[in-house]
Design a protein around this ligand. Sequence first.
Ligand code: GRF
Length: 194
Amino acid sequence: MIHNLIIFASGTGTNAKAVIEYFKNDPRVQVSLIVCNNPAAGVIRNAEKENIPVLLIDRDSFGQDSFPRLLSEYNPSLILLAGFLWKIPESTVRTYEGKIINIHPALLPAYGGKGMYGMRVHESVLAAGEKKSGITIHYVNEKYDEGAIILQAQCPVLPDDTADVLAARIHRLEHFYLPRTIRFLLDTYREPAI
Ligand code: GRF
């Protein structure tokens, strides 16, 4: 069985890139679509380089009932949110229940929720004097950052860390664990019984 992977990303796309690279020579897994809401996002340039189709969305197309059907044309085993900030509409969450995962750059439930993204997360972790931070890969439900946790990995927060330094350490964790978690999920994948 060939697994199709859809990646939602609207930023630099380093995680999308790590996943694309990891599965590049694996005939069982295909990154079949990148969904993006930012025409200037770095992730688009990389998708073009790799010949992966890009679906550029706006609020209207995203919110429409036809959106889950549009995704179904790509028959995804898994949908990955990697740096995608819009809340996923309920109809899409319902249609793909158990198939949408998100990566968050902190140890949820701490430092999650609406508005907690990018550098704000790391700045808050530093401001609170935390001794450790990390990443969370979790299923997506209707609430921001609240779905069941699949994997967490920790790293230290060091006394001299700036938000940039911490962000780089977190990115390294993400790039290692995200593709491998996807590999695990696909290896244990079962089509839901109808
Ligand atoms: C990652 O830190 C991820 O945890 C968060 O958004 C960031 C995306 O980074 N959801 P990149 O665009 O993959 O570099």
